[in-house]
Design a protein around this ligand. Structure first.
Ligand SMILES: Nc1ncnc2c1ncn2[C@@H]1O[C@H](COP(=O)(O)OP(=O)(O)O)[C@@H](O)[C@H]1O
Ligand code: SF4
Ligand SMILES: [Mg+2]
Length: 335
């Protein structure tokens, strides 16, 4: 390359990077008919995107719609509205054949590794399956399975063993190996470490981080515990009753949350030291946020208004739009 071309390339404006995943105004409803239409949507107008190599954390209490978003992206749940684009391609209503074609590029790790590991199938056969579906020979699939097991910290001989011969943490490593064996671009991790004890959790999180950096992977990392999400994610999306309450850079959202719900979520996340735990408890109480048990069904306005200590008439009448506050986007009239 001549010096002139090199200079020209240096000064040329960078092409805008295409997101790995784009979710826009996603709506998901369960059930059919009039009853479903009357019930609040499980996911109600959610938008976010994930850049190549980026991890976005999706956090919220149980029942807030996190898994439903993951399922819609993976094609396991139909969407009632909105658009899902993967590498620029609209996959919102992709049919089975189109999904199969994507299969290797878009993979998942769930909380319960038993959902992706058949107890009657050897580990080698489980790992080879997605490769065999793509026409890889049995011998090559076995080699790849052995190499992948080694990469996730298990012995090569594990190929001939069965899921019941491994601990929960090891089974989760195997599930990670199975998700990554087809060299995916995006992995949806839904509560992938939530069932593990703290030290195993840390090991699997480190493994996920190493694999991401080695392969330039993108993750949608779903968890109810914001401290787990904080470890991996560059950006965090906070969900409450199917709606985004706050989203932005992980440091901003987790260290100086703006939305009253995010503040409560951070105060509720467990910390290892007893003194810190007591501080968190005091903070939680001082926030005055009511528990989820106090909430009744469908309502207009801010979805958090029944629990929010700052709620006014405006909050119960009008749903707040997301707007920029500091580094984050926040849906609160008084942020
Ligand atoms: N298969 C289903 N049928 C009907 N409702 C469901 C189903 N799965 C989830 N829901 C409801 O959708 C909402 C969101 O659930 P989910 O996405 O599993 O939340 P999360 O993963 O955040 O715990 C909840 O109110 C839940 O009860
Ligand atoms: S909009 Fe009102 S009810 Fe909702 S979080 Fe803000 S202050 Fe609380
Ligand atoms: Mg879930």
């Amino acid at each position: 390359m001549s010096i002139e071309t090199a200079e020209r390339q240096d000064t040329a404006p960078a092409a805008p990077e295409q997101p790995m995943l784009e979710v826009k105004d996603l709506v998901v409803r369960y059930g059919r008919g009039r009853k479903a239409a009357a019930a609040p949507a499980a996911v109600d107008g959610v938008s976010f995107s994930i850049r190549p190599g980026e991890t976005v954390g999706l956090v919220g209490e149980s029942g807030s719609g996190k898994s439903t978003i993951g399922k819609a992206i993976l094609g396991l749940q139909t969407s009632a509205g909105g658009i899902i684009r993967f590498q620029g391609k609209d996959i919102t209503h992709a049919g089975a054949a189109e999904r199969r074609a994507l299969g290797g590029e878009l993979r998942a790790v769930f909380q319960d590794p038993n959902s992706s590991l058949n107890p009657r199938q050897s580990i080698g056969a489980s790992l080879a399956e997605p490769l065999r579906l793509r026409g890889v020979t049995a011998a090559v699939a076995r080699q790849k399975a052995e190499a992948m097991l080694e990469r996730v910290g298990l012995p090569r001989e594990a190929v001939d063993r069965y899921p019941s011969q491994f601990s929960g943490g090891q089974r989760q490593r195997i599930a990670v190996a199975r998700a990554l064996i087809c060299e995916p671009k995006l992995v949806v991790c839904d509560e992938a470490v939530s069932a593990l004890d703290l030290s195993t959790q840390a090991q699997v999180l480190n493994l996920l981080a190493d694999l991401r950096d080695e392969h330039g992977l993108s993750y949608l990392f779903i968890a109810h515990d914001i401290s787990v999400v904080q470890f991996l994610a560059q950006r965090v999306v906070v969900l409450y009753r199917g709606q985004v309450m706050e989203s932005g850079p992980a440091a901003a959202v987790t260290e100086s949350p703006v939305h009253p719900f995010t503040q409560a979520l951070v105060a509720a996340s467990p910390v290892p030291r007893a003194a810190e735990q007591a501080e968190r408890r005091m903070l939680r109480e001082s926030l005055g946020v009511r528990t989820a048990a106090a909430v009744t069904a469908s309502q207009a306005g801010c979805p958090f208004s029944q629990r929010c200590p700052l709620a006014t008439e405006l909050c119960t009448a009008e749903r707040p739009a997301l707007r920029r506050v500091g580094a984050a986007d926040v849906a609160c009239h008084y942020a």
